[in-house]
Design a protein around this ligand. Structure first.
Ligand code: FAD
Length: 503
C-alpha cells in the first residue's frame, strides 16, 4: 500500500468483545448505510473478558448481589443501584429479543438461560441485613417475586448442594428470585459479530492491532498492524470507539484527548474453581452470592454459580483475586508501568495510599494455598471434595483510577464512558457490572457522540421500535415493566424453572 493510501470509514471499533459488537450492531440497526469496521488483535472475537470462561456469566439484574444494596448509616437499605442495574438489564434483554425476533440471530438458548439468583448469608448480623434488604427490595415492582427464608428445609430445596454437612446451629438465611439468568456473553458476542458480517459495509477484521490514533479535521487516522505479516495500513474514520477492554486505557492515552487525562488503571486478575462432575453439577441450579470480606473489592464477592456453556453445565466458584500488571489476559506485564503518566501519577499514588485494606486483601488472596481456597468453597458447599474442582484463570479487570479533588485520586469499581467533547472518540473504562449492561452503556454513548442523529426521526423511531420502554419508565411504571419483561422473556425463551416455594 502506498504511503498515502487509506480506507475511509464512518466508524472504527477497536476490539471485538461484547461492547464493540453491541455498539456496531446497534449503529447498523439505526442507520444501515453506516460504513464500519471492528478491528481485533486476537484470531477471533470474544477471547478476552467476554469469553464465557473469563467471566461469571451472571445476567446482573440486582437480584442477588449484596454489594448493590448498601446499608446506610441510619440502618436503611439503599436499593437505587439494584433498581438501575435491573432496568438496564431489561434494556439489554429488549435489544437481544429484538434481534431474535428479526431472525438470523441463533437460538436464544445458546446465550441466555434461566438460573435462579440467590443471596446467602451466615450469622445474625447477615440475617438482619438480608431481612431488611428483602423488605426494601420487594416494595419495588422489579423485585416483587423475591422470596426470603430462614428455614433449612426450604434452603435444602433451593440449594441442595449447600446444606449437607453444615453446622445445624449456625444462623443462615437466603433470598431467591427464580427469574435470574446465566448469560454466555462469548456466544452472544459471536452472534452479534456474525450478524454484522452478513451486512453490507460492515467488516470484522481479526489478527490486526490498532497501534496509532491521530486526530485530524475529518476525525481520526487509525494505524493498524497486521499481526500475521507485519504490514501496516491506515483507516480514516469519523468516529472511533475504544472497546478494547482493559487495553482501552492505553489507547485513550494514545488519543491524547484532554478528557482522558488523569485516568489510570488498577489491574486485578481472577481465578475460579471449576467443577464438571455431573453428579455434583446436577445438585446445584442457581447463582448463589454471599457477602464480601471486609476490605475486599466489590467484584470479589464470592459466588457459587451454575454455568451453561456450549450445551454443557458446570459449576464455578470464586472469584479469587490476584494481582498482575497486565491489562488483558493475553496482555503484557509492561501494561501497568507503561500506563503511568505525569497526569495520572498523583491519582495513582493517592489510591495506593488510601486503599491499604485492598492491598492487604490482594496479598492474602495471592498467597492462598489450594487448601485455603477449598476452605472458602466449603463455606458454601461444606462437603466439597478437592478432586472435583480445578483452578482456572478468569479474565483480567482493570479498575478505574481517576482524579478526585478531595482525595487526589479514587479507585472506581464501575464502568465509565470517556468521550471527547466533539463526540469523535469514546473509550469504555472499567469492568463492572459490565457485559449485562452493555446496551445501556451504548445507548448513553449514542446520546453523547451522535446527538443530532439520535434526535432524527429515523433514529428515534428505530430506537422506539427496538426498545418498547427505557430504563426510567421501567423503574417507575410497574405495569409497563411487567408487560415489557414478559415480551422479552417470551422471545428469549426464559420460562421460569418452577413456581416459587413460600418460606
Ligand atoms: C472475572 C470476571 C467476571 C465477570 N463477571 C461478569 C458477570 O458475571 N456478568 C457480567 O455482566 N459481566 C461480568 N464481567 C465483566 C464483563 O466480562 C466485561 O465487562 C465485558 O466482557 C467487557 O467487554 P469488552 O468488549 O469491553 O472487553 P473484552 O471482551 O475484553 O474485549 C476487548 C477486546 O479488545 C481487543 N483489543 C485490545 N487492544 C486492542 C488493540 N490495540 N487493537 C485491536 N484489538 C484490541 C482484545 O483482544 C479483546 O478481544 C466479568 C469480568 C471478569 C474479568
Amino acid at each position: 500500500m502506498a504511503q498515502n493510501d487509506y480506507e475511509t470509514m464512518d466508524v472504527v471499533l477497536v476490539g471485538a468483545g461484547i461492547m464493540s459488537a453491541t455498539l456496531a450492531v446497534l449503529l447498523k440497526e439505526l442507520d444501515p448505510s453506516i460504513k464500519l469496521e471492528v478491528i481485533e488483535l486476537m484470531e477471533s472475537g470474544a477471547i478476552e473478558s467476554s469469553n464465557p470462561w473469563n467471566n461469571a456469566g451472571t445476567g446482573h439484574a440486582g437480584l442477588c448481589e449484596l454489594n448493590y444494596t448498601p446499608e446506610s448509616a441510619d440502618g436503611s437499605i439503599d436499593i437505587k443501584k439494584s433498581v438501575t442495574i435491573n432496568t438496564q438489564f431489561e434494556e439489554s434483554k429488549q435489544f437481544w429479543a429484538y434481534l431474535v425476533e428479526k431472525g438470523r440471530f441463533g437460538s436464544p438458548k445458546s446465550f441466555i438461560n434461566p438460573v435462579p439468583h440467590l443471596s446467602f448469608v451466615r450469622g445474625q448480623e447477615g440475617i438482619d441485613y438480608l431481612k431488611k434488604r428483602f423488605k426494601a427490595l420487594t416494595a419495588h415492582h422489579a423485585f416483587a417475586e423475591m422470596e426470603y427464608t430462614e428455614d433449612r428445609a426450604t434452603m435444602a430445596k433451593w440449594m441442595p448442594l449447600m446444606m449437607p454437612g453444615r453446622d445445624p446451629h449456625e444462623p443462615i438465611a437466603a433470598t431467591r428470585v427464580l427469574a435470574g439468568t446465566d448469560v454466555n456473553f462469548g456466544t452472544l458476542t459471536k452472534h452479534l459479530l456474525d450478524h454484522l458480517g452478513q451486512q453490507a459495509d460492515a467488516k470484522v477484521t481479526c489478527s490486526q492491532k490498532v497501534i496509532g490514533l491521530k486526530r485530524n479535521t475529518q476525525g481520526w487516522r487509525v494505524s493498524i498492524k497486521n499481526l500475521q505479516n507485519g504490514s501496516i495500513r491506515e483507516v480514516q474514520s469519523k468516529f472511533v470507539f475504544l472497546g478494547a477492554g482493559g487495553a482501552a486505557l492505553p489507547l485513550l492515552q494514545m488519543s491524547g484527548i484532554p478528557e482522558g487525562k488523569g485516568f489510570g488503571g488498577f489491574p486485578v486478575s481472577g481465578q475460579w474453581l471449576r467443577c464438571d462432575n455431573p453428579e455434583v453439577v446436577k445438585q446445584h441450579q442457581a447463582k448463589v452470592y454471599s457477602q464480601a470480606e471486609v476490605g475486599s473489592p466489590p467484584m470479589s464477592v464470592p459466588h457459587l454459580d451454575t454455568r451453561m456453556v456450549d450445551g454443557k453445565t458446570s459449576l464455578l466458584f470464586g472469584p479469587y483475586a490476584g494481582f498482575s500488571t497486565k491489562f488483558l489476559r493475553h496482555g503484557s506485564f509492561l501494561d501497568l508501568p507503561l500506563s503511568v503518566r505525569p497526569n495520572n501519577i498523583g491519582p495513582m499514588l493517592a489510591v495506593a495510599r488510601d486503599n491499604f485494606d485492598l492491598t492487604r486483601y490482594l496479598v492474602k488472596e495471592v498467597l492462598q494455598s489450594e487448601e485455603q481456597r477449598l476452605q472458602t468453597l466449603r463455606g458454601f458447599y461444606p462437603e466439597a471434595k478437592a478432586e472435583d474442582w480445578r483452578l482456572e484463570m478468569a479474565g483480567q479487570r482493570v479498575q478505574i483510577i481517576k482524579k478526585d479533588p478531595k482525595h487526589g485520586g479514587i479507585l472506581q469499581f464501575g464502568t465509565e464512558l470517556v468521550a471527547a467533547a466533539d463526540g469523535s472518540i469514546a473509550a469504555l473504562l472499567g469492568a463492572s457490572p459490565g457485559a449485562s449492561v452493555t446496551v445501556s452503556i451504548m445507548l448513553d454513548l449514542i446520546q453523547r457522540c451522535f446527538p443530532e442523529q439520535a434526535k432524527s426521526a429515523q433514529w428515534s423511531s428505530k430506537l422506539n421500535e427496538i426498545f418498547p420502554a427505557m430504563g426510567k419508565v421501567l423503574a417507575s411504571d410497574a405495569e409497563r415493566y411487567r408487560e415489557v419483561q414478559a415480551r422479552s422473556d417470551a422471545l428469549l425463551q426464559l420460562e421460569p424453572l418452577e413456581q416459587p416455594v413460600s418460606a
